[in-house]
Design a protein around this ligand. Structure first.
Ligand code: PLP
Length: 369
């Protein structure tokens, strides 16, 4: 009889559904034979990375046979200066996903719990369940994390709370006073993972800077990434800012060469080009206005977003809209897995891409309803 390998896996992993990424352009090309495709499905930067990156990557090519610097010395030095922290506060990961997973591996185990919000980034649930720890999901309030309810959910078993600020896929955010209040009340031995993957895009006055707060709260860990505003998603590089003991613990379980030389070199020069980041932020602002105004014209509801994406409410099953967009060569993101089957998440693209998405919607919606 064939082996039941699934039964041999740990129970947390048996229950997992693999992460579903945005549909790759090449896949849609293969499936529908389309050539002119735009992808607004993975919150990537439509401007791409800084121009300095290509040159930095070229310089690494002759060294590809060598292992990368596993300590990420240069990038840590650079980031430490940029963030005004010590190198010992930093952990570099293969995307910020990697550091989220490292944190879960270090601190979560069967018998303890992690708390997340309903509609929050699905990786928190994945990394938690993979450890065998219990996942507690707090109902959201108007699609946003309810910090009071989150606090009420904390028990003696709680080891970690995940907060995305802003959250993906909702684009909702938490203001500084609310976050400080929360951090002041949560027990010291509960780790708060503040995921700031979209930090650079947020232009709100009361938006908190997690790195500033981590100096006041030892149990606060901030994660950021080069995948979004820095336009380096394919290179996979992100980081955590934490108490040095937490960084030390993550370093114990981290793969020795978890980040490759190309990514390290790219991140160093990308960090230097803040003008490019600013350009991406401004373009995003304009693109957001373009999309929200189109939604208003079309009578579509949406969740106010401070990220580089907009989540639109079609007030009906969104899958036919998603499929009709695919047929038009426009890839967006269905978010049924986030308990939001009537919504689609759309990444802010270039002005031309946004226009194409809007024009496609205008063609599709009257036919579908
Ligand atoms: C909220 C949030 N956190 C973390 C990530 C992980 O990004 P990366 O692993 O590319 O740094 C994403 C990516 O979509 C995200 O939306």
């Amino acid at each position: 009889m064939a082996n039941d390998f699934i039964a041999l896996a740990s129970s947390g992993i048996q229950e997992l559904q693999p992460y579903q990424p945005g549909k790759p352009v090449e896949e849609l090309q293969r499936e529908l034979g389309l050539t002119d495709i735009i992808k607004l499905a993975s919150n990537e930067n439509p401007l791409g990375p800084s121009r300095t990156v290509a040159q930095a990557l070229q310089k690494v090519v002759p060294e590809l046979a060598r292992y990368p610097d596993g300590s990420a010395y240069l990038l840590k030095e650079k980031l430490a200066g940029f963030l005004d922290v010590d190198s010992s506060n930093l952990t570099i990961g293969n995307g910020s996903n990697d550091v989220l997973e490292l944190l879960a591996r270090v601190f979560l185990r069967p018998g303890n719990e992690a708390v997340v919000s309903q509609h929050s980034f699905v990786v928190y649930a994945l990394v938690t369940k993979a450890t065998g720890a219990e996942l507690r999901v707090v109902p959201a309030r108007n699609y946003a994390q309810d910090l009071e309810a989150t606090l009420n959910c904390v028990t003696a078993k709680t080891r970690m709370v995940f907060i995305a600020n802003p959250n993906n896929p909702t684009g909702t955010w938490i203001d500084k006073n609310s976050l400080v209040d929360f951090l002041s009340q949560i027990p010291d031995d509960v780790l708060v993972v503040l995921d700031e993957a979209y930090f650079e895009y947020v232009c709100e006055e009361n938006y908190p800077d997690g790195v500033e707060l981590f100096r006041r709260f030892d149990n606060l860990i901030v994660t950021r990434t080069f995948s979004k505003a820095y336009g380096l998603a394919s290179l996979r590089i992100g980081y955590a800012v934490s108490h040095p003991d937490i960084a030390d613990l993550m370093n114990r379980v981290r793969q020795p060469f978890n980040v490759n030389s190309m990514s390290l070199a790219a991140a160093v020069v990308a960090l230097d080009d803040q003008a490019h980041v600013e350009q991406a932020v401004q373009a995003n602002k304009q693109g957001m206005a373009q999309l929200t105004s189109a939604c208003n014209d079309l009578g579509l509801g949406f969740i106010e977003s401070v990220g580089n994406f907009l989540t639109i409410d079609f007030a009906r099953d969104a899958m036919p809209v998603y499929n009709a967009l695919l047929a038009e060569g426009v890839i967006v993101r269905p978010i049924g897995v986030y308990e939001m089957p009537n919504h689609l998440r759309v990444t802010i693209g270039t002005q031309t891409e946004n226009e194409r998405f809007i024009e496609s919607l205008k063609r599709i919606l009257p036919v579908l309803s």
